[in-house]
Design a binder for this molecule. Structure first.
Ligand SMILES: [Fe+2]
Length: 162
């Protein structure tokens, strides 16, 4: 209901993004995140993205940065129905949580425990939040050419989901 993992692991992009000199980049503001765009050549060089792109075309990709000690508030995305994410930062603690409000006081949480080299399909129309601790958090993310609700995209991507 919240997320699924992609069976094809990162062959190049995870290592590339892990080694990027992020301090030297020109970050631009994007829905409260700092972001940097990636070239579309990755749709050829990165096998998981190539497979995804062949099933449901990707429009734009990039890295999103969240500063240290920030909680990106509970929300559902304004524009995105679903997306593909891959966490780059494993040098500190951060949490990606999905939530279901049980009453005015309590939200039940489900953690997306990211694994290195692994892409996830996320349901952006369910409540979610990110809690980041003592270092900048870098996340690969993308936009599809056409927004599609999670359930339908999950069906389309079924051959490459675990
Ligand atoms: Fe979001």
């Amino acid at each position: 209901m919240y997320y699924s993992s992609i069976s094809i692991k990162s062959n190049k992009l995870f290592d590339y993004l892990t080694d990027l000199p992020y301090d030297t980049y020109n970050w631009t503001e994007h829905f409260g995140f700092d972001s940097v765009q990636l070239g579309l050549e990755w749709l050829e060089d990165e096998y998981a993205l190539k497979a995804i792109h062949n099933i449901h075309p990707i429009k734009q990709m990039g890295v999103l940065k969240i500063p240290p000690f920030v909680n990106y508030n509970w929300h559902v995305d304004e524009f995105r129905q679903s997306c593909i994410n891959m966490l780059i930062s494993y040098d500190h603690i951060s949490y990606c949580l999905f939530g279901k409000e049980l009453n005015d006081y309590v939200t039940a949480i489900t953690e997306l425990k990211y694994k290195p080299y692994t892409y996830y399909l996320l349901n952006n129309q369910q409540l979610h939040t990110v809690i980041n601790f003592d270092k900048p958090r870098y996340m690969f993310s993308l936009y599809f050419e056409e927004e599609l609700e999670y359930k339908k995209l999950k069906q389309k991507l079924h051959p490459i989901l675990t």
